[in-house]
Design a binder for this molecule. Sequence first.
Ligand SMILES: Nc1ncnc2c1ncn2[C@@H]1O[C@H](COP(=O)(O)OP(=O)(O)OP(=O)(O)O)[C@@H](O)[C@H]1O
Length: 267
Amino acid sequence: MTALITAEKLSVRHGEATVLSGVDFTITKGEIVTVVGPNGSGKSTLIRALIGLEPAATGQVTRAPGLVIGYVPQKLHIDAGLPITVRRFLSLPRRVSDAAAAAALARTGVPGLGSRQLARLSGGQFQRVLLARALLTRPDILILDEPTQGLDQPGTAGFYRLIEEVRRETGVAVLMVSHDLHVVMAASDRVVCLNGHVCCEGAPKVVSAAPEYRALFGLGTGGAFALYRHVHDHDHEADEGHGHDPSTPHAAHPHHVHGPECTHDHA
Ligand SMILES: Nc1ncnc2c1ncn2[C@@H]1O[C@H](COP(=O)(O)OP(=O)(O)OP(=O)(O)O)[C@@H](O)[C@H]1O
């Protein structure tokens, strides 16, 4: 397995505050990994540190040589008064041919939008245009910070299906931050739960086979809430032996599934 990005014992500080501590993380070629966790748990910070936009206070981040990253940030403010068409936007910062632009828009399910004003797109169309622009760089890894924010449920499910198709066709790895817990569980190879440190991680299919998972996810939004209320009742000290190796995922132990109650520190 080729590691594209690896973090070892990564800590990140914002001023006096330690936002992330002791994070070990790896994503390999073609994997879809989703980071979940409560607001302020450091998800965007982790993404930015992995890309190199935030310095590590301690530990280190290693990226494969020549790695091409297609990054879609959490917030991209487009001034409603800024006259820019989708076609021109796709050529920023690097010019792409009309054929390539049209193909990328078709691939992401928004063919023929090229002449539209960027500021006038719907939320779902805009996310697909952002994805099209990221794909035009032929990335080894797509990094998407809450790509379905503001989309309705069908829009969200459709976006994840698209990501999966693109991965299948191109072999691109995908690292996402998401709050859409139901879809995340269905659409990710691996889920990492963050709360200042990695609380738990593992293959969703292992988690989804567990009765505890069904109790959490079979209840509509109640299930999602239950996930966030979960009491993290195990001792991390006792876990040190298997750490966060995805081959022995925390998620193999259903009671390890997620939750802000896992507020204790590894340090
Ligand atoms: N540039 C910054 N300067 C100071 N503090 C920051 C900065 N960026 C983020 N923080 C703080 O770091 C913590 C983690 O923020 P981060 O955006 O990584 O969380 P998140 O898990 O992505 O949250 P959300 O789900 O709300 O998007 C928060 O307490 C936030 O206030």
